[in-house]
Design a protein around this ligand. Structure first.
Ligand SMILES: [Fe+2]
Length: 264
C-alpha cells in the first residue's frame, strides 16, 4: 500500500525529524551529550550478556515529574489503551502523537544512535542483516513509514494499586528495532510499592528464565524487544524475550516507554 493513501491525519504523517530539525537541534545535542556520560561498551556488553542494561539517572526528578504530568494533557496523545479491555493486564497507557514533545523526540533520536552498534551486531548474529539498519533514527523512521508503519510508538504508562502488565513484546509491524527503552518516572518505596519490571527469556529446549530490573526514579533500562542472540557451545542461538510489570501493591507508578519502530 502506498503510504500516502493511508487514512492517517496530518499529525501522524508529519515526518518527525523534519520538525525536529529547526526547532529542536539544541534538545538533540543535549540528549546526545547526556548519553555520552554512559559507557557504550558496558551497555553493549550487558545487552549481549543478559538482554538489558541500566542507564542510571537518565532523567532528573524534576524531568520525571514534568514527563509524568504530560499524562493528563490529552492533546499530546493519539490513543489510550485500557489494558483490561484487551486482557493485557490492568492499568492504562497512552501513545504520544506526532509531533512528540521535544525532549522525548531528542531522547529517541540519541538513544537510537547509542543502541545502534548493539542492534547491528544482533541482527548480523541472527542472520537478519540483509537490509542494514541506517545510521540515523530519521532514516530508520523513513523506512518504517515507507512500510506503512506511520504511527508514533513512544508512550506513557500509568499504574495504580492492583495494576500490572502481562508479559508481552512490543511489535507493531514487520520492522522491529531490536531494543527499546523504559524510564521509570516514579520513585519506588515513596510513590508506589510492587510494580517491578520483569524480563523473561525463553531459550530453545530449556525452561524460561526471569530477571527483575532494579529501577529507581529517573533510571532508564534498554532491553531486547523480541529476541536476542546468545552464543552457546554449538554456535549462536536465539532466545525469545518478553517483558511485563508485576502487580503494583500501593500507590501510583508512571513510566515513559521509548520504542524506535513506528506502528502500522
Ligand atoms: Fe511493553
Amino acid at each position: 500500500m502506498n503510504a500516502l493513501s493511508l487514512p492517517f491525519g496530518p499529525s501522524w504523517a508529519t515526518p518527525p525529524d523534519a520538525e525536529l530539525g529547526a526547532r529542536s537541534e539544541r534538545e538533540r545535542r543535549a540528549a546526545a551529550a547526556r548519553l555520552a556520560r554512559y559507557d557504550e561498551a558496558r551497555i553493549g556488553a550487558e545487552l549481549d550478556g543478559v538482554g538489558w542494561s541500566l542507564l542510571e539517572g537518565l532523567l532528573t526528578p524534576e524531568e520525571c515529574r514534568a514527563t509524568a504530568a504530560l499524562y493528563e494533557d490529552e492533546a499530546r496523545f493519539r490513543s489510550t489503551v485500557v489494558m483490561a479491555r484487551h486482557n493485557f493486564g490492568r492499568g492504562e497507557y497512552k501513545y504520544l502523537a506526532y509531533p512528540l514533545p521535544d525532549a522525548i523526540a531528542a531522547a529517541r533520536t540519541a538513544l537510537y544512535e547509542a543502541l545502534l552498534p548493539t542492534a547491528r551486531r544482533w541482527r548480523l548474529a541472527l542472520g537478519e542483516d540483509e537490509a542494514p539498519l541506517p545510521a540515523s533514527h530519521a532514516e530508520y523512521l523513513a523506512l518504517c513509514h515507507a512500510a506503512g508503519q506511520l504511527r508514533p510508538t513512544p508512550l506513557l504508562l500509568s499504574y495504580g494499586a492492583g495494576d500490572y502488565n502481562c508479559l508481552h513484546q512490543d511489535l507493531y509491524g514487520e520492522l522491529v528495532f531490536p531494543m527499546q527503552v523504559a524510564v521509570l518516572l516514579s520513585e519506588p518505596g515513596r510513590d508506589f510499592t510492587g510494580g517491578e519490571l520483569v524480563l523473561t527469556e525463553q531459550r530453545p529446549r530449556m525452561q524460561s528464565r526471569a530477571e527483575v530490573v532494579p529501577l529507581r526514579q529517573g533510571d532508564a533500562v534498554a532491553f531486547a524487544v523480541r529476541e536476542r542472540p546468545v552464543t552457546g557451545t554449538r554456535g549462536v542461538y536465539r532466545v525469545q524475550m518478553r517483558h511485563g510489570v508485576s502487580r503494583v501493591r500501593t500507590g501510583s507508578r508512571r513510566v515513559l516507554g521509548i520504542i524506535f519502530h513506528d506502528a502500522s
